[in-house]
Design a protein around this ligand. Structure first.
Ligand SMILES: [Ca+2]
Length: 501
């Protein structure tokens, strides 16, 4: 039965298949886990006590949470993890899109090494023998399991048992009128952009996922585990139970200024990610959104954040009830940022702070900086070696990040002098961006050659919102030269080297 289930896990779902998988109920049933875990327990009975990892992956969560200073957001459960852990104020993903950012984080390789820039390629497409983060834990005697969306395209070799998916579609709705309102766009079916149904939490995927995580914790509690739990809200559509919508008052929601950065190069195709939101039923394909619509979108996003936060809370409560909080490293990360009306845009895929800066919180039993924040620049590619060190495993070979474990004890130390991200555009165009302590510098390339004049410089000291591209300003001439020198030092292809001290 285990073999049969494992055979199923070789299915590598793309985004569309992901939903089909859910429908097929490719469930990691309690029985399967129990059998696999029992066999595992016998073979590891002499293991010393080790730290578990609870790996919470949140889809499209931007760092707009109460613990990040956005006091109007109701995120008490994530705030609680932050109170017992460390908030990374300046954590950067390597590409602001689900597939590439997850493939990069989980492999410890930058996008130019995984060569995964899209939503359909499995992590091993170009690096067949890569040892992924969960696989490394598995190889070191851990029981590893994946619930809901962890990879964008799953990787069976990462897990001790087949991945589990909720029966409710990750893009699902609870109301019949929503299901009756589907439209077809680009060959895919899209429902309404928001839904506020008076339904219990488990009427949507994330509620089901929390329930499954609780079941799994009870099964694996006695042995070292790496449990990856993915929550799919606040990713579109903004569908969440009504009670979470009721936590926010429309009249108090602020809509960001609808102003594009000036002098942005055309190669950037700025805001192209808004196309995702425009696919949903009832959303205009072009033009500006009314203030009323913008408020509705933001309200929906906030409701989804609070709904997801409540599910995180259920899993954390069970971890505590089982006394596993004493020996479990908890990491919560959003896979990239999101423009929630920033610049009048909606979505991801740009090379801006709004897109590549993402939430990252780590709570480890042995850390000293509990309840702190760090301004150190860290990259998602660093998470793999960091978790290995936190769990007292040998440093993995071949990863392109470096462990920032020391920040968990000394959050005021500096770490890297720059973080690097990239984003792809059609026609062989790729933009690389570098964030230093004060500046963001971006250079666009076509077929690996720099596009003349297609670069950007933002000064966070005077322009934290990245509204003014100062690359042609005479007053920034010297700054530009020094920032470009650093960029050149790492090199366009130097993104595959480990930057830092
Ligand atoms: Ca995402």
């Amino acid at each position: 039965m285990i073999a049969e289930a494992l055979a199923h896990s070789k299915i590598l779902p793309n985004r569309r298949e992901f939903e089909s998988l859910a429908i097929l109920k490719l469930l990691l049933t309690a029985t399967v886990i129990l059998m696999a875990h029992s066999a595992f327990a016998q073979s590891n009975s002499t293991e010393k006590t080790r730290y578990n990892v609870l790996f919470l992956a949140i889809d499209d969560l931007k760092p707009e949470l109460s613990c990040y200073g956005a006091k109007y957001i109701k995120s008490p459960n994530i705030d609680k993890i932050a109170n017992e852990g460390l908030i990374f104020e300046r954590a950067y993903c390597q590409q602001a899109l689900c597939g590439p950012t997850r493939a990069s984080l989980l492999s410890g390789l930058r996008p130019d090494s995984t060569k995964i820039y899209d939503l359909v390629s499995p992590v091993r497409k170009h690096v067949a023998n890569v040892i992924t983060l969960p696989q490394y834990f598995k190889n070191n005697g851990y029981f590893t399991a994946s619930l809901s969306k962890i990879y964008h395209v799953d990787d069976a070799a990462s897990w001790s048992v087949p991945s589990w998916y909720p029966t409710k579609s990750i893009t699902g709705y609870a109301l019949k009128e929503s299901l009756d309102n589907f439209i077809t766009s680009n060959g895919r079916r899209y429902g309404p952009i928001t839904e506020r149904a008076d339904v219990p939490d488990n009427a949507y995927a994330d509620g089901e996922t929390a329930e499954q995580a609780i079941k799994v914790l009870n099964i694996v509690k006695d042995k070292p585990f790496f449990l990856a739990v993915g929550f799919v809200r606040p990713h579109l559509p903004f569908a969440a139970p009504k009670k979470y919508w009721d936590m926010y008052d429309d009249t108090k929601i602020k809509v960001p200024e609808n102003i594009l950065p000036n002098n942005i190069p055309s190669a950037a195709q700025f805001g192209v990610g808004t196309g995702e939101l425009r696919q949903y039923a009832g959303v205009a394909k072009t033009g500006k959104f009314s203030r009323e619509q913008a408020v509705d979108f933001i309200h929906g996003y906030y409701a989804c954040v609070s709904y997801m936060d409540a599910q995180v809370g259920k899993v954390m409560a069970e971890l505590k009830r089982l006394h596993l909080d004493k020996n479990t490293i908890v990491i919560l990360w959003g896979d990239h940022g999101w423009k929630l009306g920033d610049y009048g845009m909606w979505g991801k895929r740009d090379n801006m702070e709004t897109d590549v800066r993402a939430p990252l919180i780590i709570s480890a039993p042995s850390m000293r900086a509990k309840g702190s924040k760090t301004n150190a620049i860290v990259e998602f590619v660093d998470i793999y070696p960091t978790l290995c060190q936190a769990a007292d495993l040998p440093q993995p070979a071949g990863v392109q990040g470096q462990s920032f474990y020391s920040l968990l004890n000394k959050p005021n130390e500096s770490f890297k002098d720059a973080a690097f991200s990239q984003t792809i555009r059609p026609g062989g165009v790729m933009g690389y961006t570098m964030r230093t302590d004060r500046y963001r510098y971006t250079q666009w390339y076509k077929n690996n050659l720099p596009i003349a004049g297609a670069n950007e410089l933002y000064d966070h000291k005077t322009d934290p919102g990245e509204k003014h591209n100062a690359v042609n300003d005479q007053s920034y001439k010297a700054t530009l030269a020094s920032v470009q020198a650093l960029f050149t030092r790492y090199g366009k292809n130097g993104f595959n080297l480990t930057p830092g001290k």
